[in-house]
Design a protein around this ligand. Structure first.
Ligand SMILES: Cc1cc2nc3c(=O)[nH]c(=O)nc-3n(C[C@H](O)[C@H](O)[C@H](O)COP(=O)(O)OP(=O)(O)OC[C@H]3O[C@@H](n4cnc5c(N)ncnc54)[C@H](O)[C@@H]3O)c2cc1C
Length: 301
């Protein structure tokens, strides 16, 4: 499910929801109160973000799926932690990656890693870019390397196969939360993983960060929902086993989930899915003491 709606370069949400000048002035005042010493000054925004020109000549091997457009480079410069928002608000894109690539299959992912290894360039896997720990920060990735390549997974999307008997679905790593659930719904299924960043984060990002969702009284961490993972590394590809269960040796998937892109690029995964609930009801309960609420949550779990 492709969306043509454009995201904000730096803020949470959509470009067409960008705050007007009065709202931006209010936000600047709030930031000054919350982060002493920081003085973001709202200014007229240029039509295109101000990114430094890159001397990198995109190799032919990557050219058909690469972009050096200022907007692309700026929107892949960093994640969505509060300091990221402050820097984006100030229009600071000095550390933007040199190029953004959007490989269309696992072979193209391998090609990107190969080119990066040969040239001593940093490759930064980029899912939804909602990291709050600097995971997609191109300044941190650059170090002493000659260039930073943001490896955007947005072309590896969709629910590709459903095994209704085993309740498994093979899903592209770049699939955003809403598209993933919308596609599973057509099969009467759900992954039931809802981090608060659901709208703008991806399956690959959830796996790479070992994300936790709502529904904490049931299976909620992404590692509990992952069945098998495909990974492209600079030294070859790896597909973890799709057996119903195995006790043979260490489980390689455990190394991959939570590795923050350091071991390779997750291209797709078989995920455990469940039938969508047929009825839904909610109620509010007030407890007189905090401990009583905790006990009730434990009893429900
Ligand atoms: C408002 C807000 C709410 C949030 N709520 C939650 C929450 O409820 N629970 C929670 O756990 N987290 C939460 N987060 C943090 C963040 O959303 C999660 O870490 C999320 O899993 C990141 O997914 P992403 O697709 O945006 O990944 P990105 O931010 O793009 O990447 C995160 C890290 O994973 C790597 N990576 C991404 N895709 C791949 C891939 N395919 N292969 C290999 N490496 C990859 C990146 O290089 C980076 O290191 C929240 C963040 C925000 C801003």
């Amino acid at each position: 499910m492709e969306s043509t709606r454009e995201r904000s370069i730096w803020a949470w949400g959509w470009r067409d929801k960008f705050p007007d000048e009065a709202a931006r002035r209010g936000l600047a005042q709030m930031v000054q109160i919350m982060v002493p010493g920081v003085k973001p000054a709202p200014r007229a925004l240029p039509a295109e973000p101000d990114v430094p020109s890159s001397t990198l000549a995109v190799p032919d091997a990557l050219a058909s799926f690469a972009s050096q457009a200022p907007r692309d480079r700026a929107s892949h410069a960093r994640g969505r932690a509060f300091p990221d928002l402050v820097a984006g608000f100030a229009g600071d894109y000095a550390a933007a990656p040199d190029v953004v690539v959007r490989p269309r299959d696992a072979d193209e992912v391998a090609r990107v890693l190969d080119v990066c290894a040969t040239n001593n360039w940093a490759a930064v896997p980029f899912g939804g870019g909602t990291s709050v720990v600097g995971g997609v920060d191109s300044k941190l990735a650059r170090g002493n390397r000659g260039a930073v390549v943001s490896l955007d997974l947005s072309a590896l999307v969709g629910v590709r196969e459903v095994d209704a008997t085993s309740r498994l679905a093979r899903i592209g790593a770049g699939t955003l939360g809403p598209a993933l659930e919308a596609e599973l719904e057509t099969h009467g299924l759900t992954l039931r993983h809802y981090p608060q960043s659901f709208e703008f984060s991806t399956l690959g990002g959830w796996l790479a960060t070992r994300a936790g969702g709502h529904y904490a009284t049931g299976p909620t961490r992404i590692d509990e929902l992952a069945h098998a993972v495909s990974l492209v590394t600079p030294r070859g590809s790896l597909e973890t086993h799709r057996h119903p269960g195995s006790g043979a040796g260490p489980e390689p998937q455990r190394w991959i989930i939570g590795s923050e892109g350091a071991l390779g690029v997750i291209t797709e995964a078989w995920m455990r899915v469940v039938p969508r609930p047929r009825w839904r009801a909610s109620a509010s309960v007030a407890f007189k003491q905090f401990e009583a609420g905790v006990s009730a949550a434990r009893a429900l779990a």
